[in-house]
Design a protein around this ligand. Structure first.
Ligand code: SF4
Length: 250
């Protein structure tokens, strides 16, 4: 039996009891779906991506899966809107927990403008690292960047001075500092934030800081503390011993 339903404000003649997604696809409507296949007769609604808003008669409108909803008289369907997008995004994120590396899922999410949650890369997006680097260190070597709709902490090339403050403040150890063969490497995921040679302390010979860090501190503190340059040739332990000795002699 033919009935008339409304889809995005337009009347459409359909067969009563047809699966709604079949109708929407026939009309050329863009609705995401991964578990639907026209060759298989009975849809199951497993991926939940095909959320649309359905209202029947004067009943309240509800977000439902188009693949398993059947056409019925007085049906009004809306396929786009904030709530629909939010439901589709929730479905996408649920799928991403099973397949976090799936390029196909990201592609589909981008295609349909769905929000995807941060990937499980150890970073909880607390923002402490880039705030401390900008506000306290003054290097502004990190930023939050969206890649394929997902937020990532990423380096700003050439800005890092190798102080390691971001790694110290990181609550999940997502940022690593590796001192190896006189070289300090600061990284997040497989991206290098900064790579610097290490200076030796003139007191004890220990590798203790990067030249960029020492220059940075010198430039920031020299106008107020003219003796700071001298102290920076020493690691914190030797600098303390040196200061105490100077204080005793004066
Ligand atoms: S190590 Fe580099 S990125 Fe981290 S706080 Fe220091 S300057 Fe910023």
């Amino acid at each position: 039996m033919s009935i008339v339903i409304t889809i995005d404000g337009k009347e459409e003649t359909v067969e009563k009891g047809e699966f709604l997604l079949t109708v929407l696809r026939r009309m050329g409507k863009r609705v995401p779906a991964l578990c639907y296949h026209p060759a298989l007769k009975k849809p199951v609604g497993a991926c939940r991506l095909c959320a649309v808003e359905i209202q029947t008669g004067d009943k309240p409108a509800k977000i439902q899966r188009a693949c398993i909803a059947k056409t019925r008289p007085e049906m009004r369907v809306i396929t786009e809107g904030d709530e629909i997008r939010a439901a589709q995004s929730r479905a996408m994120n649920a799928l991403l927990t099973y397949a976090p590396q799936s390029k196909a899922l990201f592609k589909l999410a981008t295609e349909f403008g769905l929000d995807t949650q941060p990937p499980p890369d150890g970073c909880i997006r607390c923002h402490l690292c880039y705030r401390v680097c900008a506000d306290l260190v003054g290097a502004s070597a990190l930023k939050l960047e969206h890649r394929e709709g997902r937020p990532y902490i990423v380096p700003i090339p050439g800005h890092c001075i190798g102080c390691g403050t971001c790694a110290n403040i990181c609550p999940t150890d997502a940022i690593k500092v590796l001192d190896h063969d006189n070289v300090r490497t600061i990284s997040i995921r497989d991206e290098i934030i900064g790579q610097h040679p290490l200076e030796r302390c003139e007191g004890c010979g220990k590798l203790y800081a990067t030249p960029k860090f020492l220059t940075h501190i010198e430039q920031r503190t020299l106008p107020v503390h003219p003796d700071v340059k001298e102290h920076h040739n020493y690691c914190p332990t030797c600098a303390k011993l040196f200061s105490n000795r100077v204080r005793r002699l004066s």
